[in-house]
Ligand binder design. Structure first.
Ligand code: FES
Ligand code: FE2
Length: 337
């Protein structure tokens, strides 16, 4: 098990699709912490440590009864605060012992359930997701990558693998253009602003895009990454991936696609863009699995970098120290994309 930095537990993480959380509990894992997640009959979210304090059966194998979650073994039941409320078989004149299960703060945002593992910390998820308009969401999905969270986030935020891993689909190696990337630290992470790329060379972009005015990649700690495309016609497309490490070697990925200011009904996005996005995802999953396997074989995570590897340092620092770099530096990098 990894020793996660304690500060990492004070942040919020996407842990489930909101529509998956019902009366039948879900077992979710983040930062090697195991949680039973359910929705009571009244609609309240219950997030409790996935271990009954009696004989340690998993509460995620239990069931919701009214406003309580009952253990599958001897039926002890707990409210949303984690307080033991009932011990089946205890005579009416005996009092229920004052036992509590650890409970976790949760909230629902943009189609996902978010959870903060520590008892105290950030009041709410980062501003980037709080500011996202759920009404523009066209697509929502979750997947799981066999990769460390830093490698997974770097993969999504870094454009330089696209010519190889997604050759022809996202970009082509033989059609590179001179581009400038500005790395801009923000209060929550960073933004990389790419300039000099009026259009992308891959099939995906030729099919679905109009004239583009800006392309940006954002990181908002702990685990959110966004690709933002703005267009001359005033519309904007956001592809958000929220990364939640289950363990050092496995990362859950929660995906949304938002379209603002343009005709793009959800069914059309699903029909046209989904097969491409799915293929891109499969290609990334495959290379990340190879990378992870090799890191295990060689037991070393430190790689060589060049000026092109703009995002790695901040991601590594955040995930090892639990905090963003103290004095981050803005910089411009030129690259052939
Ligand atoms: S183990 Fe949960 S009630 Fe006994
Ligand atoms: Fe990729």
């Amino acid at each position: 098990m990894t020793a996660w930095h304690p500060l990492l537990f004070t942040h919020w993480y996407a842990v489930a699709r909101a529509d998956e959380v019902r009366a039948k509990p879900l077992a979710v894992t983040l930062l090697d912490t195991h949680v039973a997640l359910a929705r009571t009959e009244g609609g309240t979210l219950i997030a409790l440590e996935d271990r009954c304090p009696h004989r340690h059966a998993p509460l995620s194998a239990g069931c919701v009864n009214g406003e309580r979650l009952a253990c599958p073994y001897h039926g002890w039941s707990f409210d949303a605060e984690g307080q033991l409320c009932e011990v089946p078989g205890l005579p009416a004149d005996a009092s229920v012992p004052p036992i509590r299960v650890r409970r976790f703060a949760t909230c629902e945002l943009d189609g996902f359930i978010w959870l903060r593992p520590a008892a105290s910390g950030a009041e709410q998820p980062h501003a980037m997701i709080c500011a996202t308009d759920p009404d523009t969401r066209r697509f929502l999905w979750r997947t799981r990558w066999s990769a460390n969270v830093v490698d997974a986030m770097e993969n999504f935020l870094d454009p330089l693998h696209t010519h190889f891993v997604h050759a022809g689909l996202v970009r082509r190696d033989g059609k590179r253009v001179q581009a400038r990337a500005s790395f801009i630290p923000t209060g929550e992470g960073f933004t990389v602003d790419y300039r000099g790329m009026p259009a992308q060379s891959g099939l995906l972009y030729r099919l679905f895009e109009s004239e583009r005015t800006a392309e940006r990649a954002h990181f908002a700690a702990p685990g959110s990454a966004r690709l933002e495309y703005t267009y001359a016609n005033g519309s904007r497309v956001l592809i958000d991936l929220h990364f939640t490490p289950r363990s050092a070697e496995e990362t859950d990925v929660f995906v949304t696609l938002h379209v603002e200011g343009r005709w793009a009904p959800a069914w059309a996005v699903r029909l046209l863009a989904w097969p491409f996005l799915k293929r891109v995802n499969d290609q990334d999953m495959a290379i990340l699995a190879l990378q992870a396997r090799n890191m295990r074989r060689f037991g070393d995570r430190n790689g060589a970098s060049t000026s092109l590897d703009i995002v790695r340092g901040t991601l590594e620092q955040f995930w090892s120290q639990g905090a963003l770099p103290a004095a981050p530096m803005a910089r411009d990098v030129s690259m052939l994309l």
